[in-house]
Design a protein around this ligand. Sequence first.
Ligand code: CS2
Length: 459
Amino acid sequence: MGLGAFARAHTAVFTEDAMLSTGDYGWGIIGVTQRSDAVARQLVPQDGLFTVAERGEGAAPLRVVSSIVEAISGRDTPEQVVERIAAPATKIVTLTITEKGYRFDPQTRTLDLADEDIQADLAGRPPLTAIGQVVRGLQQRATAGAGPVTVLSCDNLPANGELAATLATGFAAALPPAESGPLLAWMRDNVTFPSTMVDRMVPATTDGDLAAVERELGVRDEAAVVAEPFKQWVMEDDFAAGRPRWEDAGALFSDDVAAWESAKLRLLNASHSMLAYLGLLAGRETISDAVAVEPFRSVCRRMMLEEALPSITLPAGLDGEQYCDEVLRRFANPSLGHTTAKVGSDGSQKIGLRLLTTVRGTLDAGRAPTWSALAVAAWMHHVANNPEQDLNDPLAQELQAALPADRTAGTVVTALLGFRPVVEPALAGNKDFRDLLLHWYRIIETNGPDGLGNELNHG
Ligand code: CS2
């Protein structure tokens, strides 16, 4: 579920590689698009084939991937999605639906039962939310006796398996008792939700990318994706109905996925977001342009080394400092064209998981979260200085409504600290954090990116 560029460049590639290296060709992916049917429309006339074009040092030649055997639209044919999930041949339901696709309350990590689409799915329409489709699929599977299945979240969320389980269970429990009782019992015995950590930088494909692929490949591919050469996948080995031998494609099976996930979220994704907002502020279009700005690169590195690393426990075998350097090297890939606008989108869904976790950890350790506060202040500045239609955030309207007409450092910081979907009350009331936000917000406002350079030189 979710057929965006990331799923094509990650899940589909790992799955094809597993088949190529084992000779077990019995797997195939039925790709389900989410909010738009565009990718299904692109893939169907191409028999599901698409190109992965690696960009940057060590890039492999163009490759046509064939692991997607069917592409359907979750928006237009929800009944078909439910049927596919319920089919005995389906063994794994992967979710690559981005943070906002889960419709959960970040403070309680439970399903947002006030969400209108969740309510409509619960009321029995052909389901349109991802969680609604999964659970209706499981329900039909239970009735049909189609056997166990694995639900595998592949999004950048801590403990994503546990979260998916909580949300699916929450949806099932909210059904009328006659339905929920048997369904919950069946799910307990037949469905597993392993956690995963996924990693590959995959920008949105541009017209220029499609034209370049066409020149090189000799045919037009409407569904081509570009990606960095690096890819990583770490997961818990808890599959209810078998799985491809992804380890033969380079995936790592581990009992310590939570540690891998927090390292990735709080080092890579956190600094990605930081660079996105600082970059947008300074008019840098891509992440590689942003990381080339010296104060940006340094503040990013210091945020990772001085604040994020000390507040997490690394998985065995991972060298923290090396990981940070590798992340900065990957950001600098000049051929990827990963835009600051894309990485900066959906900030309300990302800031809490990527940055506020480190702010809290650093404060709890009695230290000042100087650099992570800078990243949060840059996000606040972005939110306060862009009209709703340019925010590209599912909560754009709510964020704008929370902001006062008179936008000074004080009023913006107060309003956004009070924005409950992002900031928990305990953190919102922390004076040290608030002072840091005000400090950075004022510097950004009066001196822009140059102000940061001066601060660093004096700091
Ligand atoms: C990025 C991620 O858009 C974003 O928020 O931080 O998509 C990032 O590129 C991937 O998580 C890398 O694995």
